[in-house]
Design a protein around this ligand. Sequence first.
Ligand SMILES: [Zn+2]
Length: 109
Amino acid sequence: MAIDISPALAHAFALLRNDLYTYLDVTEALATDNAVWRPEDVRSARRVIGDLVEVIRSVVAQHCEDAAGGCRFCHSMYWPCSTIEAVYRVLRDPDREFVRLVQSEPGSW
Ligand SMILES: [Zn+2]
Protein backbone atom coordinates (compact mmCIF):
# COMPACT_ATOMS: atom_id res chain seq x y z
CA MET A 1 0.00 0.00 0.00
CA ALA A 2 1.52 3.27 -1.12
CA ILE A 3 1.48 6.25 1.20
CA ASP A 4 0.00 9.41 -0.28
CA ILE A 5 2.69 12.11 -0.15
CA SER A 6 2.84 15.66 -1.41
CA PRO A 7 4.34 16.40 -4.84
CA ALA A 8 7.13 18.34 -3.13
CA LEU A 9 8.06 15.37 -0.94
CA ALA A 10 7.84 13.00 -3.91
CA HIS A 11 10.22 15.30 -5.78
CA ALA A 12 12.62 15.32 -2.82
CA PHE A 13 12.55 11.50 -2.71
CA ALA A 14 13.26 11.36 -6.45
CA LEU A 15 16.23 13.69 -6.02
CA LEU A 16 17.55 11.56 -3.16
CA ARG A 17 17.19 8.36 -5.20
CA ASN A 18 18.92 9.97 -8.19
CA ASP A 19 21.72 11.20 -5.94
CA LEU A 20 22.30 7.68 -4.60
CA TYR A 21 22.25 6.22 -8.11
CA THR A 22 24.79 8.82 -9.23
CA TYR A 23 27.28 7.52 -6.65
CA LEU A 24 26.68 3.95 -7.79
CA ASP A 25 26.89 4.86 -11.49
CA VAL A 26 30.19 6.68 -11.07
CA THR A 27 31.59 3.77 -9.05
CA GLU A 28 30.41 1.27 -11.64
CA ALA A 29 32.00 3.34 -14.40
CA LEU A 30 35.38 2.89 -12.69
CA ALA A 31 35.02 -0.88 -13.08
CA THR A 32 33.65 -0.84 -16.62
CA ASP A 33 36.01 1.75 -18.06
CA ASN A 34 37.97 0.13 -20.88
CA ALA A 35 41.02 2.31 -20.40
CA VAL A 36 44.07 0.91 -18.68
CA TRP A 37 43.84 1.73 -15.01
CA ARG A 38 46.22 4.35 -13.76
CA PRO A 39 47.71 3.90 -10.27
CA GLU A 40 45.14 6.33 -8.89
CA ASP A 41 42.33 4.22 -10.44
CA VAL A 42 43.69 1.10 -8.71
CA ARG A 43 43.92 2.99 -5.43
CA SER A 44 40.37 4.29 -5.87
CA ALA A 45 39.05 0.80 -6.76
CA ARG A 46 40.62 -0.74 -3.67
CA ARG A 47 39.10 1.91 -1.45
CA VAL A 48 35.65 1.78 -3.05
CA ILE A 49 35.47 -2.02 -2.67
CA GLY A 50 35.71 -1.51 1.08
CA ASP A 51 33.12 1.24 0.92
CA LEU A 52 30.72 -0.97 -1.06
CA VAL A 53 31.17 -3.85 1.39
CA GLU A 54 30.35 -1.43 4.20
CA VAL A 55 27.16 -0.40 2.42
CA ILE A 56 26.10 -4.04 1.99
CA ARG A 57 27.01 -4.92 5.59
CA SER A 58 24.96 -2.01 6.91
CA VAL A 59 21.92 -3.16 4.93
CA VAL A 60 22.31 -6.78 6.08
CA ALA A 61 22.85 -5.71 9.70
CA GLN A 62 19.66 -3.65 9.74
CA HIS A 63 17.49 -6.42 8.32
CA CYS A 64 18.01 -8.89 11.15
CA GLU A 65 15.52 -11.38 12.52
CA ASP A 66 13.28 -10.37 15.41
CA ALA A 67 11.93 -12.62 18.20
CA ALA A 68 8.80 -13.42 16.17
CA GLY A 69 10.79 -14.57 13.13
CA GLY A 70 10.16 -11.43 11.09
CA CYS A 71 12.46 -8.62 10.00
CA ARG A 72 13.20 -6.09 12.71
CA PHE A 73 13.87 -3.30 10.20
CA CYS A 74 11.23 -3.56 7.48
CA HIS A 75 8.64 -5.39 9.62
CA SER A 76 8.27 -8.19 7.11
CA MET A 77 6.46 -11.12 8.73
CA TYR A 78 9.22 -13.50 7.65
CA TRP A 79 12.98 -13.47 7.72
CA PRO A 80 14.80 -13.44 5.41
CA CYS A 81 12.86 -10.44 4.13
CA SER A 82 12.88 -9.30 0.51
CA THR A 83 15.91 -7.08 1.13
CA ILE A 84 17.99 -9.96 2.46
CA GLU A 85 16.73 -12.14 -0.40
CA ALA A 86 17.90 -9.50 -2.89
CA VAL A 87 21.35 -9.28 -1.28
CA TYR A 88 21.56 -13.09 -1.15
CA ARG A 89 20.71 -13.44 -4.86
CA VAL A 90 23.57 -11.13 -5.85
CA LEU A 91 26.16 -12.47 -3.40
CA ARG A 92 25.45 -16.13 -4.19
CA ASP A 93 25.09 -15.72 -7.95
CA PRO A 94 27.65 -18.18 -9.40
CA ASP A 95 28.30 -15.84 -12.32
CA ARG A 96 29.53 -13.08 -10.03
CA GLU A 97 32.95 -12.52 -8.57
CA PHE A 98 31.75 -12.90 -4.95
CA VAL A 99 31.35 -16.68 -5.34
CA ARG A 100 34.68 -17.11 -7.09
CA LEU A 101 36.45 -15.14 -4.36
CA VAL A 102 34.88 -17.18 -1.56
CA GLN A 103 35.66 -20.46 -3.32
CA SER A 104 39.29 -19.41 -3.71
CA GLU A 105 39.67 -18.90 0.05
CA PRO A 106 41.32 -21.95 1.65
CA GLY A 107 38.91 -23.77 3.94
CA SER A 108 35.97 -21.57 3.06
CA TRP A 109 33.88 -24.29 1.39
ZN1 LIG B 1 13.92 -6.47 6.16
